[in-house]
Design a protein around this ligand. Structure first.
Ligand SMILES: [Zn+2]
Length: 274
């Protein structure tokens, strides 16, 4: 892409980003209250919004981490349950995920990304965010364009990887897992969240299903290429990782906290180590 066309693409996206920030600020002020708390923007609200979509695939496989969820979107920063769960894990000292010297955040969610960038800056660490280019998305000028099947980073470069709901979009997920393993330093950790089915023993995938409507029906979302089953951790192990599945209860939250932070108590956190 030429520099001119790149600039042309960036200008309206930057403007869109600023408008979005202003909109969130105003919405955050309107919805201030005492019922919900967002650990990402650190404000309290009277309401979180519903989010996600119900699809045939989601209901059929009872997919965790996907589908229509109640009270999950923060009005002030637009973070979702999945982002807040990761932040709470990073803040939990027993899990020893953070502080980390260098972080790679794949396909960064805007709210979580801003928060991590600030944290790393305050602590003198490095934060790198990378994503494949998608029309209409803007994550900030420092976003790097990356391909998860061929990462442009050195071996053993990062202490912490965050890849939240990405692998289910990638056909050759084993190759992507291998790349994540390669760039993680020995002793480093990777949070590799995916939507998954607790009723499927084995991951369901069929490369011949490419129609978005069919993918919705079979895999739960128009751009997902599989539904991970209980063997998701085996796939990570195949790529060389040691895997720990963390129950959300480790965060020492009770039922009121799940509701207050807008979390899904059925979620588990997949932490892969090298
Ligand atoms: Zn928030």
């Amino acid at each position: 892409m030429s520099l001119t066309s790149l600039v042309k693409r960036l200008i309206p996206r930057t403007l869109g980003y600023r408008i979005r920030k202003l909109k969130l600020f105003v919405r955050g002020c309107i919805y201030r209250g005492n019922t919900y708390s967002c650990p990402i923007c650190e404000h309290d609200y009277r309401q979180f919004f519903d989010g996600g979509f119900d699809t045939e695939g989601n209901s059929k496989y009872q997919i965790i981490g996907s589908g229509r969820r109640k009270n999950i979107i923060c009005p002030g920063c637009a973070s979702t349950d999945r982002e807040r769960l990761i932040l709470l894990c990073l803040k939990n000292k027993d899990l020893k995920l953070w502080p980390a010297e260098s972080i790679l955040h794949v396909a960064p969610e805007p709210a979580l990304s801003s928060r991590l960038k600030k944290w790393q800056k305050e602590n003198g660490g490095h934060y790198l965010a990378g994503a494949k280019y998608h029309e209409g998305f803007y994550y900030g000028n420092d976003l790097q364009l990356i391909d998860l099947l061929k990462l442009k980073f050195d071996d053993n470069q990062f202490d912490l990887l965050i890849c939240n709901h990405v692998l289910e979009h990638i056909e050759d997920d084993l190759k992507a897992m291998g790349e994540l393993h390669r760039v993680l330093r020995p002793g480093g950790k990777a949070i590799l969240q995916v939507p998954w089915s607790p009723i499927l023993e084995t991951t369901y995938e069929d490369a011949s299903i490419v129609d978005p409507k069919e993918r919705e029906k079979h895999f739960g979302q128009f751009d997902h290429v599989r539904v991970y089953g209980k063997d998701y951790t085996d796939r990570l192990k195949k790529a060389g990782f040691t895997v720990e599945v963390i129950e959300i209860s480790i965060l020492s939250l009770d039922k009121t906290h799940y509701i207050r932070y807008g979390l899904n108590p059925l979620e588990k956190v997949f932490v892969a180590s090298k």
